[in-house]
Design a protein around this ligand. Structure first.
Ligand SMILES: [Zn+2]
Length: 285
């Protein structure tokens, strides 16, 4: 990506942002990166530690999301969860009678989903789907921000939805308090928190940081209408220390400092927009 490339949301001009390899649209505030993606490469993450660290916040967010969308996802709904990872969302959806299947490109994650007895297909969205496949619901749980060419992805979502079907996208947003604070620290020369927000150095870093209007515009351009939007809790303290430690490059002392900073952030973050928001888009009948 060069600084001359256009914004994927509004075609405005992109300028280099605080962190090297990241860019921000001067017109709409959409951010993107060209951080390297290395799915299925040998990696420094201890997957079992990561799983233990992530599960409490993911389970809490999935329960909140499924409660908020219960009327849109009646039992029997044919649902595709893109980037299903361990399959925790598939399990939560199945417990509510939703006919959920997953799609996952990371073979280690896919093995875990299969070991749990879950229906999941290997590969990337939308190439790995059967020709002409359509679903009543498609979900992206902390996934859409990792996808290349998000505008093309939004169009692929519209094509893979049955008429009247819904897409649920939950993701970290650029308006979030923690992200904005991390950008301020980054400008002051303290880039670590912002690098973590982008997941720099991990196998699948964030390629987009959306503002709510940028995401809505991208899906509207694909023919989908926003029908619901809300916030999910962005910091759950349970498992937080382990979540910080799952990257083996973070030592105990640094982890303790990050943990303390996160607790302090949680105390004030309740006053500001949550970093994790969900958006529900519908394909017209
Ligand atoms: Zn833009």
């Amino acid at each position: 990506m060069s600084a001359a490339a256009a914004c994927a949301a509004c075609a405005g001009a992109l300028r280099p942002d605080v962190l090297p390899g990241t860019f921000r649209c001067t017109a709409c505030g959409f951010l993107c990166s060209d951080l390297p993606v290395r799915i299925n490469a040998a990696e420094a993450i201890d997957e079992d530690v990561r799983a233990q660290a992530l599960k409490p916040i993911r389970d809490a967010n999935f329960a909140q999301l499924l409660d908020a969308c219960a009327d849109l996802l009646p039992p029997g709904t044919r649902l595709l969860d893109v980037g299903c990872a361990h399959g925790w969302f598939l399990q939560a959806a199945a417990a509510r009678g939703i006919a959920a299947e997953g799609l996952e490109p990371d073979r280690d994650m896919l093995r875990r989903a299969h070991a749990a007895g879950l229906a999941a297909r290997e590969g990337f969205f939308p190439q790995a789907l059967p020709e002409g496949a359509q679903y009543q619901a498609i979900t992206f749980n902390d996934v859409f921000e990792h996808l290349p060419q998000p505008a093309a992805m939004a169009r692929a979502v519209a094509a893979a939805l049955a008429p009247g079907g819904i897409a649920i996208v939950n993701l970290p947003v650029a308006e979030g308090f923690i992200f904005r604070a991390a950008r301020v620290f980054g400008r002051l020369g303290l880039r670590g928190p912002l690098a973590r927000m982008w997941q720099e150095g991990l196998p699948s870093p964030h390629l987009s940081y959306f503002t709510a209007p940028a995401l809505e515009r991208m899906f509207a351009d694909a023919g989908l209408t926003l029908v619901r939007r809300g916030e999910l809790a962005s910091i759950v303290t349970t498992g937080l220390y382990a979540r910080i430690r799952y990257d083996r490059s973070v030592g105990p002392a640094r982890a303790a400092v990050l943990y303390g900073a996160a607790l302090a952030a949680r105390a004030v973050a309740g006053l500001f927009p949550s970093d994790i928001q969900y958006f529900v888009f519908r394909r017209p009948e």
